[in-house]
Design a protein. Structure first.
Length: 338
């Protein structure tokens, strides 16, 4: 039996420009990091050439079926689509689960896809690199599952760590961030993560964004251009170990992101954000496509205790976290037996 472990991510700036509808024409870029919250894939071999899948997060179970007769069903679609696409030949039980709720804006679905692909390739002794894993996951999610999504989640979770990616029509470029350990530690300490308390389906939000992008809606395009430039500015600042404007850039990015489409934010989210700014936060944003999930806020350490207490009274849940710099890994439990 094998266990795959893969981090989820927080995107700081540039989200939306990683969609091909945008970067094919204008080029995109994203800066983000993986954190110490994970998805898990448990693979148990079977001898009867059938496939069975469990998704505790969705309380779904796909009953055993012959490998050549797998159907893609809601709740277990990630595992089913990947097994079919990879043309996996051996029987198995697959359990997929996560530390974070589905639809909470931390890229758990893509992390699971990356995780399963990495785990199956490990079992088959195939040595795919991070780019190949990320591209395979994106192809399955976008072209087979028809999820309206970009590439940042796959690349961030497959690579691990604090990363800057440029997205172009035919390639993705990773640029190293030369931030000092001291500054990176300070940045980590100044960030707070809160669960708003509701999840959402990002597909409806992203479909509207894609439609507006394809129609060349000027308000949407201007917002996307803005967040791309902010991601570049954030990269330059971090590359010089300067986080003095990090909170302000998050705030500017969130303001621009709300112009992607009308359902990125709502009255509840706006009220929470304004309240956070009045009580110590310098800037922040909803992670992921928007509409709900998690808030990432930049707040100096001396004001964090008060802000946490006040937001918890508003019904938010503080989620302690730290940066995680490693790639997905696979553990062979046979090595721990006996």
């Amino acid at each position: 039996m094998h266990v795959g472990i893969c981090p989820v991510r927080i995107s700081f700036a540039g989200g939306g420009t990683d969609l091909p509808e945008y970067y094919d024409h204008y080029g995109g870029c994203v800066i983000g990091t993986t954190i110490n919250k994970f998805t898990y894939v448990i693979i148990h071999p079977r001898t009867d050439k059938t496939f069975q899948s469990f998704s505790p997060d969705f309380q779904k179970h796909a009953k055993p079926v012959k490998l050549n007769k797998i159907e893609i069903e809601d709740g277990t679609e990630i595992s089913s689509a990947i097994i079919k696409y990879l043309n996996y030949k051996n029987g198995l039980d697959a359990i997929l689960c996560s530390d974070v709720p589905a639809g909470s804006g931390l890229g758990a679905s893509s992390s699971l896809a990356v995780n399963l692909i990495n785990t199956l390739n490990f079992i088959n002794n195939k040595k795919l690199n991070s780019t190949e894993i990320a591209e395979t996951a994106f192809k399955i999610e976008r072209n087979i599952l028809n999820w309206p999504m970009g590439k940042q989640d796959e690349y961030l979770t497959a690579t691990g760590g604090l990363q800057f990616f440029e997205f172009k029509q035919n390639k993705v470029i990773s640029k190293k961030i030369n931030i000092s350990k001291k500054t990176k530690s300070e940045l980590e300490k100044n960030l707070l993560l809160f669960f708003v308390g509701n999840t959402r389906k990002s597909s409806s939000i992203l479909k509207k964004q894609i439609k507006k992008t394809q129609e060349k809606n000027q308000k949407t395009l201007n917002a996307l251009h803005s967040v791309k430039h902010l991601a570049e500015s954030l990269y330059d600042s971090l590359n010089n170990s300067d986080i003095t404007k990090f909170g302000e850039l998050l705030d500017a990015g969130w303001t621009a992101k709300k112009n992607f489409s009308t359902n990125v934010s709502n009255i509840k989210i706006d009220l929470i954000y304004d309240y956070a700014l009045k009580n110590g936060a310098i800037g922040g944003k909803i992670t992921g496509a928007g509409g709900g999930g998690h808030f990432i806020l930049y707040c100096n350490e001396n004001k964090q205790k008060s802000l946490i207490e006040k937001l918890e009274k508003k019904g938010l849940t503080h989620i302690p976290f730290s940066f995680y710099d490693k790639k997905p890994k696979v553990i062979n439990l046979a090595n721990f037996v006996g």
